[in-house]
Ligand binder design. Structure first.
Ligand SMILES: O=C(O)[C@H](O)COP(=O)(O)O
Ligand SMILES: [Mn+2]
Ligand SMILES: [Mn+2]
Length: 550
């Protein structure tokens, strides 16, 4: 248990609550074209930006614990940094290191899975996202493991590969599938067979999160485990023909199964070993549950549950210890802001809609689902629509705002943490008009929250975990738009590398800190900033607050 926080030396606690609002995927864009945040009519954000202390915070690369500054930020690393006040080496980096040093392959779990496949003359299966996005997975990790499996004497490897198009270019799947199929053909010989066995778009199968839509996982199970679905001779053929027929972008491509003469090449059977090679947990927990759960599993009918050795790339939930077996130990994120505030007796309220609910609970707490105190912490989930979000771009921002306003007025909570998914979830669709619409809806909600904060004499901190909606069109290295064959600019569905806003609206500002905020910091500074505005000193080793003496 951590020590209670000390009263701040110069910042006084306000009359009303501190409201920490994460505008998911809303950054400061660098291009005139394709910036949906700039294109939207956002009266409240504009007014607050013009009248309140503000700064830009780094939200990508090493500032959030990723291997390099070429890595865009994401919700996991962003919320970890904001919720924990420090930067930890994250999954992408830890897995890379474990592979490079060879530690992964010396580990008990790797050995056990290899031996299981060998002893049973079984197959080693890899399920995961096939791209170099480095948000959930990296194709290089997969390749390194296949090489080691062959060296270790496994005879058959099958890959169940999901198309990304969300953390990488919207139609970039063949840039990853073609070289992977070539690599697998190359490494295969008389004693070793490695092939892609099934696949599909990541938003169609397998990678649901926060139980938003279990039918996505059900379709993944049918595709990967049962080998049920439309049959093709290769992943290349599947992607080309399904694209032609459906015009779907990668993340939405329907599932496919690879077969030889009508027989799927890689269903998952008793005695096999299965590795989920995604390192990030949110979209890995449900499929893991489908593999690990016994007869009590009631999310869908699994039809057949093969007896396999299953391992995740990482431990996905540090509280529930899921999965039971994993290859790489996750970052040891400890002493989170929520834990300190509980020790100090501060009542906290966390809210988002389903799509981002775990972001303000699980990710904020260093990938642990549990609370520190039932009494002092309240988690509220507004159910998300189960539709493509370009069709409902406002998402549930008004419902979230209703509850936040009610909570501000209730006066019971000192800290309210919320996430508006709009900039991110609609940003990932690549539909510019929908994103503009989404930003305007979010701004209306922020306007209502601001009024409630004003009346209560509280503080509203507006920030984000990374950019997305600020960069909706692909630009080349020279900064020119990338134009498609049809003459239209190519949409950008992934996050941006841009910094994010930090705007502090302090309704009863007392002149107790400087209105000039510290420049050049990262989003991990939001924890110390929030703690300061609650009237406390941040823990000594937390990253610096944006607030300074006058
Ligand atoms: O899982 C996703 O939707 C994307 O890969 C990353 O988006 P997020 O990090 O904002 O959740
Ligand atoms: Mn995010
Ligand atoms: Mn996102």
């Amino acid at each position: 248990m951590v020590e209670p926080l000390k009263k701040h030396s110069f910042i006084q606690k306000r009359r009303g609550p501190v409201v920490l609002c994460i505008m998911d995927g809303v950054g400061y864009g660098k291009y005139e074209t394709g910036d949906a945040v700039k294109a939207a009519m956002t009266e409240t954000l504009d007014e607050l930006a013009a009248s309140c202390p503000k700064t830009a915070l780094k939200a990508h690369g090493v500032a959030v614990g990723l291997p390099s500054d070429d890595d865009m930020g994401n919700s996991e690393v962003g919320h970890n940094a904001i919720g924990c006040g420090r930067v930890f080496a994250q999954g992408a980096k830890l897995v890379g290191k474990s592979i490079d040093s060879g530690r992964m392959f010396e580990g008990e779990t790797w050995q056990k899975l290899m031996n299981n496949a060998k002893d049973n003359d079984g197959t080693l299966h890899f399920i995961g996202l096939l791209s170099d996005g480095n948000v959930h997975s990296h194709v290089d990790h997969l390749k390194a493991m296949i090489v080691k499996a062959k060296e270790g004497g496994v005879k058959t490897v099958r890959i169940h590969a999901l198309l990304d198009g969300r953390d990488v270019g919207e139609m970039s799947a063949l840039d990853f599938f073609d070289p992977t199929e070539a690599f697998l053909a190359d490494i295969s010989d008389d004693n070793f067979s490695a092939r892609i066995a099934s696949g599909g778009g990541r938003m169609q199968i397998t990678m649901d999160r926060y139980q938003a839509n279990w039918s996505i996982v059900e379709k993944g199970w049918a595709t990967h485990v049962l080998g049920e679905g439309e049959l093709f001779a290769s992943a290349h053929e599947a992607i080309v023909s399904l694209r032609e027929r459906t015009e779907a972008i990668d993340q939405d491509l329907p599932p496919f199964v690879i077969a030889d003469e009508g027989v799927p090449v890689g269903t998952i059977e008793d005695g096999d070993s299965v590795i989920l090679f995604n390192f990030r947990g949110d979209r890995a927990l449900e499929i893991t549950n489908a593999f690990e759960a016994g007869d009590e599993f009631d999310k869908f009918d699994r039809i057949r549950v093969p007896k396999v050795e299953y391992a995740g790339m990482m431990e996905y939930d540090g509280d529930l210890h899921v999965p039971a077996q994993y290859l790489v130990t996750p970052p040891a994120i400890d002493r989170t802001m929520a834990e300190y505030l509980v020790a100090t007796g501060v009542k906290q309220y966390s809210i988002s809609e389903t799509q981002k609910f775990g972001h303000v609970t699980y990710f904020f707490n260093g990938n642990k689902t549990g609370k520190f105190s039932e009494e002092l912490e309240t988690y509220v989930e507004v159910p998300s629509d189960v539709v493509p979000f370009e069709q409902r771009p406002a998402m549930k921002c008004a419902d979230i705002a209703d509850k936040v306003i009610e909570t501000i007025q209730g006066g019971e909570y000192e800290l309210i943490k919320l996430n508006f998914p709009n900039g991110d979830m609609v940003g990932h669709t690549g539909v510019f008009q929908a994103v503009v619409c989404s930003m305007e809806a979010m701004d209306l909600s922020i306007g209502r929250i601001k009024k409630a904060v004003q009346e209560a004499g509280g503080v509203l901190i507006l920030s984000a975990d990374h950019g997305n909606s600020d960069d909706m069109l692909e630009h080349n290295k020279k900064g020119d738009l990338v134009i498609k064959e049809n003459g239209k600019p190519r949409a950008k569905t992934s996050h941006s590398l841009n910094p994010v806003p930090c705007i502090i609206y302090d309704a009863d500002y007392k002149g107790d800190y400087s209105e000039t905020l510290v420049e050049g910091l990262g989003i991990s500074s939001l924890a110390a900033t929030t703690i300061n505005l609650l009237g406390y000193e941040a823990p000594e080793d937390y990253d610096k607050s944006v607030l300074q003496k006058k």
